[in-house]
Design a protein around this ligand. Sequence first.
Ligand code: NAD
Ligand code: TDX
Length: 379
Amino acid sequence: MKTYLVTGAAGFIGANYLKYILAKHNDIKVVVLDTLTYAGNLGTIASDIDSERCFFIKGDICDYSLADRLFGEYKFDYVVNFAAESHVDRSIENPQLFLTTNILGTQNLLDAARRAWVTGKDEYGYPTWRKGVRYHQVSTDEVYGSLGTEGFFTEETPLCPHSPYSASKTSADLVVMAYHDTYKMPISITRCSNNYGPYHFPEKLIPLIIKNILEGKKLPVYGDGSNVRDWLYVEDHCKAIDLVVRLGKEGEVYNVGGHNEKTNLEIVKLTISTIHRLMSENPNYRSLLKKKEKDANGEISINWIDESLILFVKDRLGHDQRYAIDPTKITDALGWYPETKFEVGIVKTIEWYLANQTWVEEVTSGDYQKYYEKMYGSR
Ligand code: NAD
Ligand code: TDX
């Protein structure tokens, strides 16, 4: 029986990971630590929490005494750190929060793990570690910076972050590696490309576009929409983390990506046409639209759901042009590959949002409206 500390599991990827490992492994216990920022929603994982296999603790990864108390109480074998401030645009507005959570929060967890897991010293003065423990850091392809039209990020690509968000994630990776090099701490790191799927907070491109279409709003595309992201279905990312935590080599970095490059404009156009198609095939979905004008058949009209909704807006400061991952290492070492084809994953994702509007309303009822006004005005 392994006991996990999973931080940030009330957010997008952490929640998907929590659901995945609880379904996949019967013989595990999981403690979720999440401070429930605007991006964390307890409702997302409420049905996963019980008093036998999955426990929830509301708290900050930067809290020193809380981390010590949890390590003492639960005797964790694995720490999987998802907790972070994750939105690039917000990092441009408030870098300090990103540096505090993403760097110092990581260091605090590493130190708590170190205090709990070190058993003694070897003949050279290096700490010795409890058998079978692992600290895993969930990182991002953004640490590598930006690509031109050619090439892919490998694990050897030099780190060259540009935004305050990616600089904070890079710093955290360096601290994690430093603990491996200095203390021989058993760690691993995964660096993944852009995820999409259920429970994605609607400040990020795909869920924001879906939400805006349903509300009849314009679809903001930064700059000329030519920036490229390498999209991966979130469950494939969760599978990769599960493999690396259990079977990946200590001290190693693994890149995780979908070989699925799309420009932002392609993503927005595909989302428009998919919603249009789903609403043509299933008119019941049209009741989700805020605009209730009728078409010639007396149905709620979807004639306006087209590319005229796209609005090119001011570019993101320091906007990285292209991300693309080479996942050869994790495929060769652990047999991982992106199982969900994008054409399938994007339809599944849009259908999930159409079926889960209550979740969207729940997570966007607080700070979201203020944030949206500030970022995009009242469009
Ligand atoms: P998210 O913003 O949806 O969720 C972050 C979670 O962390 C939330 O539940 C939030 O409440 C929690 N949190 C924030 N600060 C905390 C603190 N101080 N203490 C405890 N909990 C705290 O993020 P996400 O998109 O699910 O990303 C999860 C991780 O994966 C992040 O580390 C991110 O850098 C990384 N990542 C994300 C993507 C992506 O496409 N979203 C891609 C690669 C890597
Ligand atoms: O309204 C928008 N219009 C737009 O054109 C938004 C929100 C985004 N964009 C563009 C910016 C990016 O080029 O779409 C692309 C994707 O943007 P985001 O969804 O904000 O993701 P990105 O900045 O690429 O970062 C994501 O992937 C890597 C996650 O948020 C990070 O946490 C992860 O590390």
